[in-house]
Design a protein around this ligand. Structure first.
Ligand SMILES: Cc1ncc(COP(=O)(O)O)c(C=O)c1O
Length: 465
């Protein structure tokens, strides 16, 4: 294998070439730049690339093997050793990622996603590569590939009733990037605070603050965001999850939708509609349409592939009012040069061919089965608890009776090999709300939901005092 490696040497140096190569590679290994397990070019190849004699490289490699930095592996050349003695440990992982290994992981979110439709994706991706224009690996359009925006405008119109043509859509790296871009644009419109649902996504609160806006909590009740409370905050922008509130699962009522659209007009404000799982609906009765259709000039609609395909794709989209679209593109142009083309084109092909809808239908059926199992398990093992909100998405909010000690239940469940989050972490003022569990079920079989909840039920205890 003709591997490439850059090694700095100087022919003017008094130091021998062997020593220079040896010291350079050793420093790179110690600095962690040459990573454990990295394969190096053969001595013949490196000698040729550096225009030095082969014996110079053979000797340098030999010294580094003797010192324990490199190892010679039978049949596959030389590589950096996998375990350097006394390497510094750099904590790169976020708290969310260092969760204990358990039998049942019921966290909602990135660690808990459905099976990716590999066959469909492969078909779409292969077709994309076969039919790509010769210039297909050039920079993508900043707003996203035209083919994807056209397919999305059709899909979102059909499924979610979104009012947007392809020109008003922008492809993003998931909802996270969309929110980051919006946080950068809003101050230019005189906005320094973003109202957020409470309870809501704890990560989003931090994200918004980190991105320069002041998060303002607004309560949620059985009808969704309390719009009167929003109006009382004085904020002029709000982030909502109207179809299936995160995490409670309630759907924003028709009256609140009207009130929210009216509020946006009245305060010259903006609504960010996070439709993170709006495509996945299995509640009996009609699926709620997007809020954006009520006030497309005031509502930014944002969707994501994270729940239907997987967060690893980092693919999302937003439909923005004219007044925001150009500022968004300006910010984007300063931050990156667009989303990766082939993923976008494969997604367009998935939508065009109907494979996306077929996958969605299958996912919906599976999710409905799991929710049924959850309802059944809650009724059987958690007496007095109720599953709140619409049957939709990949998680459910289980409201517990007031006497249940949420923290003890979560800790007890963990001892029984079930990792589940309590409702407290999703609230800014946990003490005022009833105890709850937020149950992510995306990756479990139906039987897994039943078994995991039975384990949780065994820890169902009364709050002391
Ligand atoms: C409330 C909410 N919004 C959005 C997302 C999706 O974010 P992204 O598209 O960046 O993966 C999630 C994912 O878990 C979520 O829980």
């Amino acid at each position: 294998m003709a591997l490439h490696m850059t090694v700095e040497i100087s022919r003017d140096s008094a130091e021998s070439l062997t020593s220079q190569i040896q010291v350079f590679i050793r420093d790179e290994v110690e600095a962690g730049i040459l990573q454990p397990g990295t394969r190096l070019p053969s001595s013949r190849q490196l000698a040729e690339d550096l225009s030095v004699s082969r014996s110079v490289v053979v000797e340098a490699y030999g010294q580094l093997v003797a010192e324990g930095y490199l190892e010679a592996v039978q049949g596959s050349g030389t590589r950096v050793v996998r375990h350097l003695p006394q390497q510094p440990v750099v904590p790169l992982l976020l708290d969310e990622d260092v969760a204990p290994a358990v039998r049942w992981d019921l966290r909602a979110g990135g660690n808990n996603t459905p099976a990716f439709p590999r066959t469909e994706w492969l078909t779409a991706y292969q077709r994309t590569l076969r039919t790509a224009e010769p210039g297909g690996t050039g920079y993508p359009p900043l707003a996203g590939e035209g083919a994807l925006r056209v397919e999305l405008s059709r899909h979102l119109g059909r499924l979610r009733g979104v009012r947007a043509d392809a020109q008003h859509l922008m492809v993003t790296g998931g909802f996270a990037q969309a929110l980051g871009l919006l946080c950068a644009v809003l101050p230019g419109l005189g906005i320094d605070a973003l109202a957020l649902e409470d309870p809501g996504h704890p990560g989003q609160r931090h994200f918004v603050r980190e991105n320069g806006l002041r998060p303002v909590p607004v309560p949620v009740d059985e009808e969704g965001l309390v719009v009167d409370a929003l109006a009382a905050t004085g904020a002029r922008a709000v982030l909502v999850t109207p179809a299936h509130q995160f995490p409670t699962g309630v759907t924003l009522s028709a009256a609140r939708r009207e009130a929210l659209a009216q509020w946006a007009h009245d305060v010259d404000g903006w609504v960010i509609e996070d439709d993170y799982d709006g495509a996945l609906w299995y509640e009996r009765g009609p699926r709620p349409l997007a809020l954006q259709r009520l006030a497309p000039e005031r509502v930014v609609y944002a969707g994501t592939a994270s729940k239907i395909l997987g967060p690893g794709l980092r693919l999302g989209w937003l439909a923005a009012p004219e007044a925001l679209l150009h500022p968004l593109l300006r910010v984007r142009a300063r931050r990156d040069l667009g989303s990766e083309s082939f993923t976008q084109l494969a997604c367009a092909e998935l939508l065009r061919s109907g494979l996306f809808d077929r996958h969605l239908r299958r996912l919906t059926e599976l999710s409905a089965g799991r929710r049924e199992a959850l309802d059944e398990a809650v009724a059987r093992h958690l007496p007095g608890a109720t599953v709140l909100g619409a049957a939709a998405g990949l998680h459910a909010y289980v409201r517990l009776p007031r006497h249940v000690d949420e923290a003890a239940l979560v800790a007890g469940a963990l001892r029984r090999n079930v990792l589940v989050r309590g409702g407290a972490g999703f609230h800014t003022r946990p003490s005022r709300d009833a105890p709850a569990l937020v149950v992510g079920h995306a990756h479990l079989p139906r039987s897994g939901v039943l078994e995991a909840m039975r384990e949780v039920g065994l820890c169902y205890t009364r709050r002391a005092g």
